[in-house]
Design a protein around this ligand. Structure first.
Ligand SMILES: [Zn+2]
Length: 130
């Protein structure tokens, strides 16, 4: 980006937020630069720094649109968009993620609740109770 005119598209209180914005822009193919801005109040005290996200002038409109957009639907379709199951969400016999809650009648469920017993699960794949 050396020699190109830069335009500020956003600024953040935290460097972390700015780095997320930077990563988002880079993921969409927009080259971005992070710049730190120190601010000084009238009486000379230094205010917290802000981190500025700047892009080439010709990319500024696209960058603003990317940063303002809600991309959660696109992320949900990626393999990384779904967290892996925790060990207690897997069948302890076959490892399947297909556990279904088994409900007893009202009395059994009331006793289970009173004695704080663990919920009863059954694997849909192998049929074993957990
Ligand atoms: Zn199983």
């Amino acid at each position: 980006m050396t020699g190109d005119e830069l335009e500020i598209v956003e600024n953040y209180d935290s460097e972390y937020e700015a780095s997320l914005a930077h990563a988002k822009l880079e993921a969409y193919g927009v080259s971005a630069k992070l710049l730190e801005s120190r601010r000084t109040a009238r009486h000379g005290a230094e205010l917290p720094a802000r981190t500025i996200v700047a892009v080439r002038c010709e990319d500024a409109a696209a960058a603003r649109e990317i940063l303002a957009g809600d991309h959660s639907a696109a992320l949900a379709d990626t393999p990384e968009g779904r967290l892996p199951p925790s060990p207690d969400e897997l069948c302890k016999f076959c490892g399947a993620e297909e556990l279904a809650r088994v409900r007893g009648d009202v009395t059994v469920e009331a006793l289970r609740w009173m004695f704080r017993m663990r919920k009863h699960w059954r694997c849909r794949r192998c049929g074993r109770d957990q």
